[in-house]
Design a protein around this ligand. Structure first.
Ligand SMILES: [Zn+2]
Length: 377
């Protein structure tokens, strides 16, 4: 187990974060969340950034510095994660944009304002120097700027970022907005006399603040509350009860798509909707043991809805939170699924009867619970 969370650095080296370059911050967030963000779309990540920026409005209005600090740290974390995901050289880009001749003037700049000479700055080595650079470049504007107006300007840039990305505009215009969002985060910190590097370090240190792992453990980091359950056509009531009862014993709210077969794409949309609202999934594959059933696996034995649900669960949920069961000696739908989705490494669990199914499922839930408990310590 990774114990890095409990190993605190001795005081004295605590200020190490001050020397981290912007690239190092980006790589740090890449290490903590990169695995997790691999399965997120850029759209999703931008929408999370939009949310984080919007969440700054209330504390900013009430001037609640205790909430503004962590909020700014979150905005910075998503900015870094996006830069990491998109493979953007954010420091180079921000240097061109703010250290270079093209440093833009905000709309409220006086017409006679002249940009300080580029020669008077060198490329910042750490976040502190970035904060100093941005505040120097915009010192005249900042004198007239309130944190709230800066936040509104940042909201506009975040909105533009979402729009540019949605319209599939060239990456340069998307990344330029990301640099602007970084600049606004630094400006807001500066206006409030906060140190962005310190805020980020306080919240994220060197790990995910939720699961405390050096690399966010997506299996345990999610608050587990909703379980998507799927029962194949031939799953018995006893088996269904075993799953539903075990789930409720562990405090899950279970959501089941009760339409037995795929009649239309609407049925798939319902499954998709339920899976996206879930933190975990338990799929009991359909089982046809009727005597007239021929021995070999046939096309008609494929439950397309469950096939789709396994795929969707693996792509949307953390894979340690997806359980796929099939009854022993039953049939080949499970192995067909394993083979066709070989690259996904489906972990198929075989059970003997309802009692055994319950035991296997409870084991899975219990080991997840103890993993979470161990990490929470
Ligand atoms: Zn985490």
């Amino acid at each position: 187990m990774d114990n890095s969370a409990s190993v605190r650095q001795p005081s004295g080296s605590n200020k190490e974060f001050e020397n981290l370059s912007l690239d190092e911050w980006i790589n740090k967030f890449g290490r903590i969340y990169g695995k997790r963000h691999d399965r997120h779309t850029t759209e999703y990540m931008i929408s999370r950034l939009v949310e984080e920026v919007a969440e700054l409005v209330n504390p900013m209005e009430s001037q609640n510095r205790d909430e503004i600090g962590p909020g700014l740290a979150d905005v910075f974390s998503w900015t870094c994660s996006l830069a990491y995901k998109l493979g953007i050289n954010l420091s180079e880009l921000a240097w061109q944009k703010y250290g270079g001749k093209e440093a833009p003037h905000p709309a409220w700049a006086s017409s006679g304002f002249r940009q300080p000479e580029l020669a008077s700055f060198s490329q910042p080595a750490n976040l502190n120097e970035w904060q100093a650079l941005i505040s120097k470049v915009y010192q005249k504007e900042n004198a007239r700027l309130t944190p709230m107006i800066a936040l509104l300007a940042m909201m506009k840039d975040v909105g533009d970022l979402a729009m540019l990305n949605r319209k599939r505009e060239p990456l340069e215009s998307v990344t330029s907005k990301l640099a602007a969002i970084l600049a606004w985060s630094l400006t807001i910190a500066e206006l409030l006399r906060l140190d962005l590097a310190e805020l980020v370090y306080q919240k994220y240190d060197d790990h995910c603040p939720v699961c405390h792992q050096a690399t966010c453990d997506t299996d345990v980091c999610h608050p587990l509350s909703n379980l998507f359950a799927s029962f194949g056509e031939y799953v018995t009531d006893e088996e269904k009860y075993a799953i539903l009862d075990a789930a409720s014993k562990y405090g899950y709210k279970t959501m089941v798509n009760s339409s037995p077969m795929v009649q239309s794409t609407k049925d798939l949309a319902l499954s998709l909707d339920l899976i996206s609202k879930s933190d975990a999934a338990c799929i009991i594959l359909s089982l046809n043991q009727s005597p007239e059933r021929s021995g070999s696996f046939q096309q008609k034995d494929i439950d397309y809805r469950q096939f789709f649900e396994v795929l969707a669960s693996y792509s949307m949920l953390s894979r340690g939170n997806v359980w796929v069961f099939a009854r022993e000696g039953s049939h080949d739908f499970g192995s067909y699924l394993e083979k066709s989705l070989a690259s996904e490494n489906i972990r198929l669990m075989i059970y003997k009867d309802a009692g055994n199914l319950r035991a296997l499922f409870e084991d899975s839930l219990s080991s997840l619970t103890s993993k979470k408990a161990a990490i929470a310590k």
